[in-house]
Design a binder for this molecule. Structure first.
Ligand code: ADP
Ligand code: MG
Length: 250
């Protein structure tokens, strides 16, 4: 394989992915791929399967049919493969999911130290560097409950980055925030995007999509209904369901 074809190979590749919860099919044959360094925004109505799709990418949910390949590793029944994929994928949730009984610094250090066996001084140095990057350095010794929602979400992003992921998945990272805190979190995400991180962001922040997305994907009822460049997607949505959705959120 030449370096060129290597770069061109998708870093995330879903082919015909289906997922059921009991008798309900929530993903109906999803084809979705993301190139290295690409930034994709996923939007769509509540219940359309956005969370399920991105949770399948790091095996927080298991798909039933189709194939999911992340960074060349297929998510199948091999737990070794699941571990390999999770090494490369960081995830940020709507509800920050910080450990409440640990300080901010400890939240960032626990996985590198316990899972990666990074020596504590090195893990701490990385953690402090990332806290500075999300502008939380002065709160390192506080507990999550002592921080605002926007600050907690920035800690959650820094915590994911501590594992040096190659891909970052965001599931509505600003939806639980008070409006005045949305921008500080988006700013961190924009800077990450500008540094070339491969990102898949479920978000309805269309300003963010216009600023950094290479592609916008619209899901409805378990299917990708439409996708395109942000300017095309917003100015000339092709599908009736996309138009109806955009009308609601803009
Ligand atoms: P979105 O993120 O687009 O709002 P989800 O992926 O969360 O959509 O949900 C897709 C569908 O799957 C919805 O109908 C939802 O009710 C259902 N669903 C999600 N999680 C579960 C679960 N753990 N058990 C059963 N049904 C679920
Ligand atoms: Mg969701």
């Amino acid at each position: 394989m030449t370096p060129d074809t290597e770069t061109a190979a998708p870093v995330i590749d879903l082919r015909g992915v289906s997922k059921w919860y009991g008798a309900t099919q929530v993903l109906k044959g999803i084809d979705f791929s993301v190139a290295r360094g690409e930034r994709v925004v996923v939007c769509g109505p509540s219940g359309s399967g956005k969370s399920t799709m991105i949770r399948c990418i790091n095996r927080l949910e298991e798909h039933r049919d189709g194939r999911i390949i992340v960074n060349g590793v297929e998510l199948d029944h091999s737990t070794k493969n699941v571990d390999l994929v999770r090494r490369d994928v960081g995830m940020v949730f709507q509800q920050f999911n910080l450990f409440p009984h640990l300080t901010v610094l400890q939240n960032l250090m626990i996985a590198p130290v316990k899972i990666r066996k990074i020596p504590k001084p090195e893990a701490e140095a990385t953690a402090r560097e990332l806290l500075a990057r999300v502008r939380i350095a002065e709160h390192a010794d506080k507990y999550p409950s002592q921080l605002s929602g926007g600050q907690q979400q920035r800690v959650a992003i820094a915590r994911a980055l501590c594992m040096k992921p190659k891909i970052m998945l965001f599931d509505e990272p600003t939806s639980a925030l008070d409006p005045e805190m949305v921008q500080e979190v988006l700013d961190v995400m924009v800077s990450l995007a500008r540094e070339g991180m491969t990102m898949v962001c479920v978000t309805h922040e269309m300003g963010f999509a216009r600023t950094v997305a290479d592609r916008v994907v619209f899901m409805d009822a378990g299917l990708i209904v439409e996708e395109g460049l942000p300017q095309e997607f917003f100015s000339n949505p092709k599908h009736q369901r996309t138009r109806a959705f955009l009308k609601q959120i803009m």
